[in-house]
Design a binder for this molecule. Structure first.
Ligand SMILES: Cc1cc2nc3c(=O)[nH]c(=O)nc-3n(C[C@H](O)[C@H](O)[C@H](O)COP(=O)(O)OP(=O)(O)OC[C@H]3O[C@@H](n4cnc5c(N)ncnc54)[C@H](O)[C@@H]3O)c2cc1C
Length: 99
């Protein structure tokens, strides 16, 4: 059954990063927004592991740059850990084959 969600100036179809950013920036300008998405579940994979400087500037404007930095640092730590594991495996393989 259709549900009434009220009135707004802008209706955003799609609540991915573009829709979410648009909702934040329009909201900051005092424009009332409703954002909807066809998906009812959060996407199961991380999709903000690497953020470039432009994205960080936009996050900063939206007030979320610190959270973005933490995500980047966690991902960097994970990648360094994986690289160290791979390096150790390679060293063990070298020893095994006497290279
Ligand atoms: C596994 C993975 C990892 C990634 N990692 C990174 C990363 O580390 N850094 C990075 O910068 N980028 C990453 N990306 C890319 C990033 O996720 C995309 O560039 C970004 O999501 C695009 O945002 P968007 O809002 O344009 O589209 P989307 O994220 O696709 O959002 C569109 C939304 O609109 C909804 N929608 C579509 N049609 C309708 C409709 N008719 N009605 C209602 N809702 C609708 C969809 O359900 C979706 O939620 C990754 C992508 C994947 C798949």
């Amino acid at each position: 059954m259709a549900q009434s969600v009220g009135k707004c100036d802008v209706l955003i179809a799609g609540f991915g990063p573009v829709g979410a950013a648009l909702a934040v920036y329009l909201g900051r300008l005092g424009i009332s927004v409703i954002a909807v998405d066809r998906d009812t579940e959060v996407y199961p994979m991380p999709r903000a592991a690497h953020l470039d400087h432009e994205t960080m500037r936009l996050l900063h404007l939206a007030g979320g740059a610190e959270a973005g930095m933490q995500i980047n640092e966690l991902e960097l730590a994970r990648e360094i850990g994986e690289a160290e594991e791979r390096w150790l495996e390679l060293e063990m393989l070298r020893e095994e084959i006497g290279a």
